[in-house]
Design a protein around this ligand. Structure first.
Ligand code: 5GP
Length: 346
């Protein structure tokens, strides 16, 4: 057993320090980014925020609504082949739509068929597993990359620099970062496993950027300021589940509680999701997600304005005319103490 004494931080542990600025208005801030993906060689332009591949948020309707503002969506894994091929044959212009998949043989088989039926139209893929540290995951990345060298590949999740480096060397363009921070994730409680998200972003971004790779900070953002902190910490993309949940474009069931309409939102490893998609929770495992009931929040457009306004505001406070400059101009101020600082490391 070993204990790491380094301080690791979450979004709530820091604030961004204001800096001198020549900007006079938030409207001067450009929050789009341009990237060249290291393996696919394709270019990206847009606002680098992605709706999570959860069945509530990773919907066709969300993809269309977000694409109008140059945001992207990772579609959830539970659409049928015909619907997916139809969607990818004519994806909404403006945003990037990611096909999401796991690493089993049936997952790969489904992907190949959808790719074929859509006339080879899928350009972006998100390979998503709860634990990106397994050999099976790495083997799958090798196999996928060998068969599809020109697709843009996002994959994860991991939380450490060395695994980020390994994935980028193995052919991943965007490493998805985050284990345990999700709003409906219970992995930290159930398994005791996780990593404070802000530190994970800082460490993984540093590792990725050294190899011209990119990272997507996945999970844990509960307010627009958290996105600003994620970008300030070095995230190239930020993925949102809970902040996009509860909207008209979501695939969630609506329920009535005490005369009020609510929307169900559950983790993709929760009992609710496994009951719906896998015939229940297998006997050898525990669910690692929970369900919450959310207020119905109307069209996502309204929330989007808040999110983009918040990120623009953060840029203005530190004098960043472009989102690209935010991380260079970010100095975090720590606002919480850790137990070992209060009581001393033993
Ligand atoms: P949020 O933006 O809601 O904080 O986090 C969204 C992320 O939580 C997703 O993109 C995914 O990585 C993660 N997630 C979604 N469902 C589950 C779950 O049931 N268990 C765990 N451990 N993580 C989940």
């Amino acid at each position: 057993m070993r204990i790491e004494q380094d301080i690791k931080l979450d979004f709530k542990d820091v604030l961004i320090r204001p800096k001198r600025s020549t900007l006079t208005s938030r409207s001067e801030v450009d929050i789009s980014r341009d990237y060249v993906f290291p393996h696919s060689g394709k270019t990206y332009h847009g606002i680098p925020i992605i709706a999570a591949n959860m069945d509530a948020t990773g919907t066709f309707e969300m993809a269309r609504a977000l694409a109008r503002h140059e945001l992207s969506v990772a579609l959830h894994k539970h659409y049928g082949e015909a619907e997916l091929s139809g969607f990818f044959a004519a994806p909404p212009p403006g945003g990037f739509s990611f096909y999401s998949m796991g690493i089993t043989a049936p997952d790969f088989g489904k992907f190949r068929r959808v790719m074929e039926k859509s006339g080879g139209a899928i350009e972006n893929v998100c390979v998503d597993v709860a634990n990106g540290y397994t050999k099976a995951f790495i083997r799958f990345i090798h196999k996928f990359r060998a068969e599809f060298p020109l697709l843009t590949l996002m994959a994860g999740n991991v939380v450490t620099g060395e695994m980020t480096e390994e994935l980028i060397l193995d052919g991943v363009d965007i490493v998805k970062v985050g284990i345990g921070p999700g709003s409906v994730c219970t992995t930290r409680k159930v398994a005791g496993v996780g990593y404070p998200q802000l530190s994970a972003i800082i460490e993984c971004a540093d590792a990725a950027h050294g190899l011209r790779g990119l990272i997507c900070a996945d999970g844990g953002c509960v307010s627009p300021g958290d996105l600003a902190k994620a970008f300030g910490a070095g995230a190239d993309f930020v993925m949102l589940g809970g902040m996009f949940a509860g909207h008209d474009e979501c695939g969630s069931d609506r329920v009535e509680v005490d005369g009020e309409r609510k929307m169900r939102f559950y983790g993709m490893s929760s009992r609710e999701a496994m009951n719906r998609y896998a015939g229940g929770v297998a006997g050898y495992r525990a669910s690692e997600g929970k369900e919450v009931l959310l207020e119905c929040r109307g069209p996502v457009e309204n929330t989007l304005r808040e999110i983009l306004g918040g990120v623009r505001s953060a840029c203005t406070y530190v004098g960043a005319g472009k989102l690209k400059e935010l991380s260079k101009r970010t100095t975090f101020v720590r606002v919480t103490q850790q137990l070992n600082e209060v009581f001393g490391a033993s």
